[in-house]
Design a protein around this ligand. Structure first.
Ligand SMILES: [Ca+2]
Ligand SMILES: [Ca+2]
Ligand SMILES: [Ca+2]
Length: 386
């Protein structure tokens, strides 16, 4: 069997019915490969995956021990499909998550039996270790996982439960605290789960008693960290209003995200990192109801997403960042009922997603952004949920 992926020609990999499959060409969805290991055991219970130097690292198990989810790697061949390390020894799973490749190293979170920590792996058993700084500090429950210039950024918390933003280049001396005391809400000192790198800048939501939960950024070049804009100014009942920014998506040098304030409920915003350049893209559902914006996916210079304008239900939209260029792609389930698009995935310049047009159930659709070429791909049953 030929290797089925490499980093130069990315293939669509997905978890279907808890089995890892590779779509060798997205336009030929029938051409799927079930991964097996050298003993012909199916790879099962797969979660995340990331490509490194022509190999796929993934969280999974084999059918012999289907619940022992650990870090695996595969070159697409049975003999090249191996467990990297039994991080939580024996039949207990370490459940690797947040797999993120930088060069030939994969960073991830895993539980060795003593809690979720930041790990790194070079693909060998002995080279799969807990990440530490100079003082042998390890990192509890790491989240975020964004990459700028071969450096990993992540959030964790200290012994007092207070959130922190860190970075690491893989060396203990290059592992450094960026900011202490970042919080995800008025009620929790732990940070939010989302970090997003856009160019040299790192975006995240941060709560302060002065301004509420708002959009912040860290500039990796200057080292400065601060608020981008107080999108929801003022206070209500003695508590500072927050805009609850999230669902961060990068497109070129622009951050797209969903935020709310007293003028607009949850709607699409964008930012160039400046206060003046942080603006509402479009009030898709005017008034106090939010547009239920979700599934933000970048293709070319556009952002695709799902939203409900209050008239057509939850359908597929796209935006070029301008109000006039923020439009419904197609009312796939005509009228006020929703086609509820989900599982949006970019493949080249084409969007793949699942939707229900009201007569075929949930099936695979493709779109090039025009109504004419937004179509049911074929009658392909995608798992048991179809
Ligand atoms: Ca284990
Ligand atoms: Ca505020
Ligand atoms: Ca509709």
């Amino acid at each position: 069997m030929e290797p089925t992926w490499n980093t130069r020609t990315p293939k669509r990999i997905k978890n279907q019915d808890n089995r890892l499959i590779a779509l060798t060409q997205a336009s030929q969805v029938s051409n799927v490969i079930q991964l097996v290991d050298n003993d012909d055991n199916s790879i099962v219970n797969t979660g995340e995956h990331t490509a490194v130097n022509g190999s796929l690292f993934f969280s999974g198990a084999n059918s012999e021990n289907p619940n022992d989810t650990e870090l695996w790697k595969s070159d697409g061949t049975p003999e090249g499909t191996v467990r990297v390390k039994d991080i939580n020894p024996g039949s207990n799973a370490s459940n690797p998550s947040h797999l993120t490749a930088i060069g030939s190293t994969v960073y991830f979170a895993a539980n060795d039996g003593n809690g979720n920590k930041l790990w790194k792996s070079d693909g060998t058993d002995s080279g799969t270790v807990v990440a530490e700084d100079d003082n042998s500090r390890t990192f509890a429950d790491p989240k975020g996982f964004a990459v700028i210039d071969s450096t990993l950024y992540f959030t964790t918390y200290d012994e007092d439960n207070l959130g922190e933003l860190w970075k690491t280049d893989g060396s203990s001396s290059g592992t450094a605290l960026i900011k202490a005391g970042i919080a995800g809400s008025p009620n929790s000192p732990r940070p939010t789960n989302e970090l997003k790198a856009v160019g040299s800048e790192l975006y995240f939501a941060n709560y302060t008693d002065e301004l509420g939960l708002e959009l912040w950024k860290h500039d990796s070049e200057s080292g400065n960290t601060g608020i981008v804009k107080d999108i929801a100014p003022g206070e209500s009942y003695g508590i500072k209003n927050g805009s609850y920014p999230g669902r961060f998506t990068a497109n070129g040098s622009t951050l797209y995200f969903v935020a709310e304030n007293s003028t607009y409920a949850g709607e699409l915003w964008k930012s160039d990192g400046t206060e003046a350049g942080t603006i509402l893209v479009k009030d898709i559902r005017p008034g106090s109801a939010h547009s239920n914006m979700s599934n933000l996916t970048s293709i070319g210079s556009d952002i695709y997403f799902t939203a409900d304008d209050g008239l057509k239900g939850t359908e597929l939209w796209k935006s070029d960042g301008t109000e006039a260029g923020t439009i419904l792609v197609k009312d796939i389930r005509p009228g006020s009922l929703s086609s509820s698009p989900n599982s949006l995935a970019a493949f080249g310049s084409t969007l793949y997603f699942r939707a229900n047009d009201g007569s075929n159930g949930f099936e695979l659709w493709t779109s090039d952004g025009t109504p004419k070429d937004t179509n049911l791909l074929k009658y392909i049953r995608l798992g048991s949920s179809s």
